[in-house]
Design a protein around this ligand. Structure first.
Ligand SMILES: NC(=O)c1ccc[n+]([C@@H]2O[C@H](COP(=O)([O-])OP(=O)(O)OC[C@H]3O[C@@H](n4cnc5c(N)ncnc54)[C@H](O)[C@@H]3O)[C@@H](O)[C@H]2O)c1
Ligand SMILES: O=P(O)(O)OC[C@H](O)CO
Length: 346
């Protein structure tokens, strides 16, 4: 796979922390447009050359275009200029899972080149993975890929090293994404296990809430390591039941992202856990955070899915108990410790 030396047109749809960081990183090598749905926010970002609401402290490069006009954002990768450059443009969806369907609906009927999504989770009301939502809304013809892996927005925006995985059933799109995104301080690996990559990225958020809660209660490093390891077993059981490959969960989008999110204080999901341990109510925690913590709604979707499939996910159940059933953080720990012994590899 060749790294693209030529600047290409890329549109990033969604101007939260992650969309902004990815746009900043790609703008060093490509012709990037960052679109956000809030015109006032985008006008302020254009004027200040900083997305103060979502990624403060990280200047937008002079070459990065920002705006709130969706037609212009799509034209950036479909219009005459992109075509004339003989280009391989890329359209990136950088919203949370809850925004994916409405965002894609805006693209319906437009001649988009492809779609790469960055969100991590299951759609809450349907229990679908992002690639299934994409297929429902845009159909089978569009080439799609998930780009995932251990990556805090603030570090990527600073240009610190990071390794990601692009997953797609299309070898051509995998190659195109690697060609455009790999380079500088970003390494991109390719993988054809879309289900495995998406399940790892979704469930690690729930486990980050669990480890944040345990750390907040002062339960120690042994407990943290136990939760991460048994959490990986939980991810693998659900992921293989859904058709993912066991090996994928040992990679960047499984173990890699799980370690990062469970241990790094930049994680919003981990911070939810730390706040739950202080006994704060969930709605206050979410309000204070001001950003999406995908593990919260995901815990509900995954608990339902696991019960339907008969997959044992005790940590997810315990986290959902605290989030939705009125259990305390201490109850969560008690429930996990009271479980009957079992074989480790069962
Ligand atoms: N922040 C990170 O470090 C990071 C890293 C990797 C992956 N992710 C994932 O990326 C996704 C986005 O996270 P984030 O950190 O940018 O969240 P965020 O809370 O910082 O921002 C979310 C953004 O999405 C926008 N949005 C919501 N619904 C939309 C819709 N229907 N159409 C257009 N825009 C919409 C919001 O206006 C907001 O700008 C999540 O699934 C997250 O798990 C985040
Ligand atoms: O801040 P979080 O918990 O949403 O995690 C961000 C990324 O998913 C880490 O890879």
């Amino acid at each position: 796979m060749q790294e693209s030396k030529q600047a290409q047109a890329i549109t990033v749809l969604g101007a939260g922390a992650w969309g902004t960081a990815v746009a900043i990183s790609l703008a060093a090598r490509h012709d990037v447009l960052l679109w956000g749905r809030n015109p006032a926010q985008m006008a302020a970002a254009a004027a200040a050359r900083e997305n103060v609401d979502y990624l403060p402290g990280h200047p937008l490069p002079a070459t990065l275009r920002v705006g709130a006009d969706v037609e212009a954002a799509i034209d950036h990768v479909t219009g005459a200029a992109a075509a004339a450059a003989g280009a391989t443009p890329l359209l990136i969806a950088a919203c949370p899972v809850a925004g994916l369907r409405p965002l894609l609906q805006q693209l319906k009927g437009k001649r988009i080149p492809n779609i790469v999504w960055l969100c991590k989770g299951f759609e809450y009301d349907t229990g679908l993975l992002p690639h299934q939502v994409v297929r429902e809304v845009l159909g089978d013809e569009i080439e799609g890929a998930a780009l995932s892996g251990p990556s805090f927005a603030q570090e990527v925006a600073r240009g610190l090293p990071c390794a990601l995985t692009v997953a797609s059933t299309s070898a051509a799109l995998r190659e195109r994404v690697v060609g455009l995104v790999h380079g500088g301080s970003t390494r991109v690996y390719a993988c054809d296990d879309l289900v495995g990559v998406e399940v790892g990225g979704a469930v690690k958020n729930i486990l980050a809430i669990a480890t944040g809660t345990a750390d907040g209660l002062g339960l120690g490093l042994n407990a943290r390591a136990a939760l991460i390891t048994r959490g990986l077993a939980e991810i693998t059981r659900l992921g293989t039941a859904l058709g993912g490959h066991a090996g994928t969960f040992m990679g960047l989008t499984g173990m890699g992202d799980l370690i990062l999110t469970c241990t790094g204080d930049l994680s919003r999901n981990r911070r939810v856990g730390l706040a739950l341990a202080q006994g704060k109510p969930l709605d206050a925690i979410v309000r204070e955070l001001g950003h999406v913590a995908e593990g919260v709604p995901c815990a509900k979707a995954v608990r339902e899915l696991a019960h339907k499939l008969g997959v044992d996910m005790p940590i997810t159940d315990a986290v959902a108990g605290v989030l939705f059933d009125g259990d305390s953080a201490v109850d969560m720990v008690g429930k996990l410790l009271a479980r009957d012994p079992r074989n480790e590899l069962a």
